[in-house]
Design a protein around this ligand. Structure first.
Ligand code: MN
Ligand code: MN
Length: 321
């Protein structure tokens, strides 16, 4: 055992269906000081262009995260032995004002970032990643491993609206928060609006691994390519559950058939060990379309997968040997 880090509620003492469901059954605090990895919900879906519901994601992911245990069964990483992890609650949002929400989310994450905590977030629709990046990437652009059926690099919707869950990564590149040449998009597929929908991603230098490429390459080669693209600079992991096949994650606003299996995506995430990881999120879990709760379980499980990587990165930063 290392220092006195927060531990999940002991399932041998309090059954996992009992008590208040924080993320991973960890303590809840509003104070980011002393926290290495901050688990944060962003209950927002006002950037959704089709089926809403992701505002309910954080609460259901917290509920299903009661299934998570302490140790990763493949890597044997034990995040609560490596880092101080806490549930910082939900970030403030304004469900009837998009621009105000962007400002509120950015302010909240600025405090988390200033305290030295790495954020691992549960959305919310994918627009939430933009204000998170505004808070944590202002001093240097980030690389990104982006799991998604969609590139999320469109320009405008419904006239002149530049902020939706279909636009965050175009805005992040324009704002200097995201380095397109260190960005890899994994699982891209589905019908598009216009033949040149991917022009921004391609011309800016992003590497799109379409689902058809993924099937040809296999997960191991996808890992190698993702690692080549992001290199050893600071990197963010953004996991949109619609990157998975809707068989595995039906509870989402914009499902696209023909996607990754949960196991394939787990293989790729596990292959990201050792990168300079500075944050992550799991977005687009929409409980109204998830009657079994399985999509929220998938979301909680990928949060745990990413948490293990972040905890190892924190421990390595503390003791580079
Ligand atoms: Mn997305
Ligand atoms: Mn998507």
């Amino acid at each position: 055992m290392t220092a006195n880090y927060n531990q999940p509620v002991d399932a041998a003492m309090t059954p996992r269906f009992g008590d208040i469901p924080t993320f991973m059954r960890l303590p809840h605090t509003r104070d980011p000081s002393g926290v290495d990895i901050a688990l944060i919900g962003v209950p927002w879906d006002g950037g959704t262009t089709n089926r809403a519901g992701a505002r309910h994601g954080p609460r259901e992911i917290r509920n299903q995260s009661s299934f998570m245990r302490r140790v990763h069964h493949v890597s044997r990483l034990a995040p609560y032995e490596l880092a101080q992890v806490a549930d910082l609650g939900d970030c403030p949002v304004n469900p009837i004002d998009l621009m105000d929400t962007l400002a509120r989310v950015e302010r909240f994450y600025e405090k988390v970032h200033a305290a030295g905590a790495i954020p691992l977030s549960a959305g919310g629709d994918h627009l939430v990643t933009l204000p998170i990046m505004r808070a944590i990437a202002r001093d240097r652009p980030l690389g990104m491993v982006h799991f998604d059926a969609h590139s999320d690099t469109n320009d405008r919707y419904f006239g002149e609206n530049r902020f939706t869950h279909g636009t965050p990564f175009r805005r992040a590149v324009e704002e200097g928060l995201l380095d397109p040449e260190r960005t890899v998009q994994i699982g891209i597929r589905g019908s598009i609006y216009y033949p040149d929908d991917m022009a921004f991603a391609e011309e800016s230098g992003m590497r799109a691994i379409y689902m058809e490429d993924f099937v040809e390459m296999g997960p191991e080669a996808v890992v190698a390519e993702a690692r080549r693209v992001v290199g050893d600079g600071p990197t963010y992991i953004s996991f949109d559950v619609d990157g998975l096949d809707p068989v595995y994650a039906p509870g989402t606003g914009t499902p696209e058939i023909g996607g990754m299996t949960t196991r394939e995506a787990q293989q790729v995430v596990r292959g990201l060990r050792g990168l300079d990881l500075v944050g992550g999120d799991v977005v687009e879990v929409a409980p109204p379309f998830d009657p079994s709760g399985n999509t929220a379980l998938v979301g909680a499980t990928f949060m745990f997968e990413i948490l293990c990587l972040l905890a190892e990165a924190v421990a390595r930063g503390r003791d580079p040997s």
